[in-house]
Design a protein around this ligand. Structure first.
Ligand code: FAD
Ligand code: UDP
Length: 370
């Protein structure tokens, strides 16, 4: 009899497996329908011996000391600050939009102070910022919105930014200084030997058994357990009772080229002129030295593995119906990006899983008074 069956060996499932096994001394079975652990953060050495991320670029960044130190038990870190260029009007310019982006794009030599005024002069007045279009046009005006955001977002999400919640484009700031880092979090680093190695260490405990290539439906009636942690899509768990929750998918085209460096930074975004959204060169993320270099192109898709919950009001309403069902399901705990239908980064999922572990520990203390 296992204390816990954990469905999904991504960040949500693996953090809970580790905490329950190590801290709470529980017997845990963690399963995944994929042939590997680490969920979407899975990385591996390809046929040329280059470390690549199978499901697109994963860059770790967080403001949470707790999350950073927690994961630091299972990996050494390699300091890494992420930089992105956007291919616009035949030039590659810094993204997020900053002072150099504007000066390069328009052949100007504005100062930060002047750029502030310039943004004010082009920004559109939006009485209430609600959508992903509002966020951008109210800060940098329609022309930059059209060059950098409109088509990228339409491609990535299959809908206009005006239909998407403001939280989507709010992920990307605008700057009047020359800071060209994609993120400004306190902790920015990559696991020195990769994500999968970090997960291996996390799950290496006598209380944890791992079963791969296994959908939970295949074993749920034959393997006894007391409680379940579920990290797959929440609508699927309830047999789509209220209808399908929309998820956006991607097709990843991996490629290795016979030269040492392909592009000037880790990621180049292509808002307008290509069918893909961005190209990532992995060696920037991993720090690996190799005479060849590996890339991934991301092609957004409506069908395929569910990668992105789609933040818009009617989807939030549909999710709330599923959440009510989830909350009323005894002994099953829903956690992670798919099971709580939240566009979470890795660190947010780790924090959510650590919080659930604390809740389970509290519950037990109340249930079994000493
Ligand atoms: P997942 O990693 O999706 O794990 C869920 C697991 O459950 C999967 O392995 C799945 O196979 C398994 N599963 C589902 N259903 C079943 C079933 N029926 N039976 C058995 N197993 C099942 N975050 C960042 O912080 N930085 C980034 O740079 C970043 N880049 C990203 C790039 C892309 C292209 C994508 C898609 C996401 C990115 N993220 C990034 C987000 C990050 O991937 C997630 O926050 C994180 O991986 C979520 O972990 P999870 O455990 O909730 O879900
Ligand atoms: N975005 C854009 N142009 C860009 C980069 C981002 O329009 O060059 C928008 C797009 O809608 C994207 C969102 O901002 O989905 C969030 O970008 P982020 O880089 O955080 O996306 P993720 O890495 O999560 O795919």
């Amino acid at each position: 009899m296992f204390d816990y069956l954990i469905v999904g060996a991504g960040f949500a499932g693996s953090v809970l497996a580790e905490r329950l096994a190590t801290y709470s001394n529980k017997k845990v079975l963690i399963i995944d329908k994929r042939p590997h652990i680490a969920g979407n953060a899975y990385d591996h050495y390809n046929e040329d011996g280059i470390l690549v991320h199978k499901y697109g670029p994963h860059i770790f960044h967080t403001n949470s000391k707790e999350v950073f130190e927690y994961l630091g038990q299972f990996t050494e870190w390699r300091p890494y600050e992420h930089r992105v260029l956007a291919s616009v009007d035949g030039q590659q310019v810094p993204m997020p939009i900053n002072l150099d982006t504007i000066n390069k794009l328009y052949g100007l030599s504005l100062t930060s102070f002047e750029l502030d005024k310039w943004f004010e002069s082009v920004a559109e007045k939006v009485p209430m910022v609600k959508t992903s279009e509002d966020v951008v046009v109210s800060k940098v005006g329609r022309e930059l919105y059209e060059k950098f955001f409109k088509n990228y977002t339409r491609k990535q999400w299959g809908m206009d930014p005006s239909e998407l919640d403001k939280s989507v484009t709010s992920r990307v700031p605008t700057r009047t200084n020359r800071d060209d880092r994609y993120f400004t979090d306190t902790y920015q680093a990559m696991p020195l030997h990769g994500f999968t190695k970090m997960f291996e260490k996390m799950l290496d405990h006598p209380n944890i058994k791992i079963m791969l290539n296994t959908d939970y439906h295949e074993i749920i009636d034959v393997i006894p357990f007391k409680e379940m942690i579920y990290t797959g899509p929440v609508d699927e768990y309830f047999d789509f009772k209220y209808g399908k929750l929309p998820y956006r998918s991607l097709e990843f085209k991996h490629e290795t080229v016979n030269k040492e460096v392909f592009q000037p930074v880790a990621v180049v975004n292509y808002p307008n002129e290509q069918l893909y959204t961005r190209v990532t060169e992995f060696k920037y993320l991993t720090g690996q030295q190799h005479p060849k270099t590996s890339l991934v192109y991301e092609f957004p898709r409506a069908e395929g593995d569910p990668y992105y919950p789609v933040p818009k009001p009617e989807n939030a309403e549909l999710y709330n119906q599923y959440k009510k069902l989830a909350d009323a399901t005894p002994n099953v705990h829903f956690v992670g990006r798919l099971a709580t239908y939240k566009y979470y980064n890795m660190d947010q999922v780790v924090a959510q899983a650590l919080t659930l572990h604390k809740k389970l520990t509290e519950k037990e203390k109340i249930a079994v008074p000493v």
